[in-house]
Design a protein around this ligand. Structure first.
Ligand code: CDV
Length: 375
């Protein structure tokens, strides 16, 4: 099958000594708006529809957005801790697939044999006071029947205190979440490509005959992370072939985003936000020679807070190969050939030959800007 008229059926299967295929049918599951009062069960029903469609299209991995199961609550000042807690999910027996509100989704993934990546608000340890809360994404492997990757958002935008102007759109992520403490750790996913080189067959990573031949290398980022070259490069340095990124990006928040004098209308502000989103993910994919699957929650939440669309899959050359067309629930599918990462990783972005770490100290030694001495 060639979803959406994509790049064709699998090639050689490896059985006759030819190069095994590294093509994976991947779907982004864009979600339309979710209001503050929408029950999780309604959202899960919407997710199931997208999973049904994914199954019918032979999808192997479906990617849901950041904080996929509720409204983007960090725009609201919620002072009652019990009320705030209702937006968070707690693992059961150390297993997020058993978390009350997420279990039905993973049960469906298990039934369909589809891998799932999803973002949610995580209550990490309910026995701690106050709880450690993170903005988290997890990767469920159907082959392994468990979570094989977990990422906690590192770059938390916005403020701790709400803006003074009554009608301002807040982004209270610094108030509600701790910065991610798991770094940018890439991981391998079993069962998605044929004849992968493995440790159990006596092979070693980073040897000439296994580079680009192991199980797919995946990284995750969440929304604001995609604007930071550091996040992409951390994954690039681990050979990431596929970066999964979910987002809730406001289309109108002058206090947060500042104003560009070129933009005269709210529509222009939103268009610029979509432009910056695409610029970031296209640049990150190109400069690290990896695919990226970028999935929005979008549309007008609570009838007044616009979130941008722009969900898309970007190839390792930085080109958008497929994008969502609506601002509602929508599945978009592409057959991603991981072998397309090889050109960039082997030539222009062959890090081992071209990077100059002796010149990069400033990148980790300094956080904010220090201008040169005045003349
Ligand atoms: N959820 C986000 O991280 N949103 C930010 C907005 C606030 C700029 C983003 O970078 O898209």
């Amino acid at each position: 099958m060639a979803p959406n008229g994509t790049n064709g059926a699998n090639g050689a299967n490896g059985a006759n000594g030819t190069t095994p295929s590294r093509k994976i049918v991947v779907a982004g599951a864009q979600l339309g708006p979710i209001d503050m009062t929408t029950p999780r069960s309604d959202v899960l029903d919407r997710c199931f529809k997208l999973m049904d469609e994914a199954k019918s299209k032979n999808v192997k991995l479906i990617v849901f957005p950041e904080i996929a199961l509720t409204s983007f609550f960090p725009r609201h000042l919620i002072q009652d801790p019990d009320e705030l807690e209702t937006f968070f999910e707690q693992e059961v027996e150390g297993d997020p697939t058993k978390a009350l509100n997420m279990k039905p989704l993973f049960d469906k993934a298990r039934e369909y044999g589809i891998d799932v990546s999803i973002g949610y608000a995580e209550c990490a340890d309910p026995t701690l006071t106050p709880h450690k809360h993170f903005n988290t994404a997890i990767y469920y492997s159907a082959k392994a029947d468990k979570i094989v990757g977990k990422y906690r958002k590192v770059h938390l935008p916005g403020t701790f205190e709400p803006y003074e102007r009554k009608d301002a759109t807040n982004q209270l992520e610094k108030r509600y979440f701790a910065p991610g403490n798991l770094g940018f750790k890439a991981f391998r996913v079993p069962g998605l490509v044929e004849n992968a080189a493995t440790k159990s067959s006596g092979q070693e990573a980073n040897s000439a005959d296994t580079i680009g031949r192991g199980d797919p290398i995946v990284g995750m980022m969440i929304c604001n992370d995609r604007r930071w070259a550091e996040a992409w490069r951390a994954y690039g340095l681990q050979g990431a072939e596929l970066v999964l990124e979910g987002y809730n990006t406001t289309g109108w928040a002058p206090e947060l985003l500042g104003t560009n004098p070129k933009n005269q209308t709210k529509e222009q502000v939103k268009e610029e936000a979509i432009f910056h989103h695409k610029l970031s993910v296209q640049h990150g994919s190109y400069t690290n020679a990896c695919w990226s699957v970028n999935v929005a929650k979008c549309g007008l939440e609570d009838g007044k807070y616009p979130l941008i669309p722009g969900s898309c899959i970007v190839d390792p050359d930085g080109a958008i190969v497929v994008e969502a067309k609506t601002e509602d629930d929508e599945l978009f599918v592409w057959e991603c050939d991981l072998d397309l990462c090889k050109r960039g990783k082997g030539k222009v972005f062959a890090f081992e030959r071209h990077r100059r770490t002796e010149a990069y100290g400033i990148l980790v030694e300094q956080t904010g800007v220090k201008e040169p001495e005045l003349l």
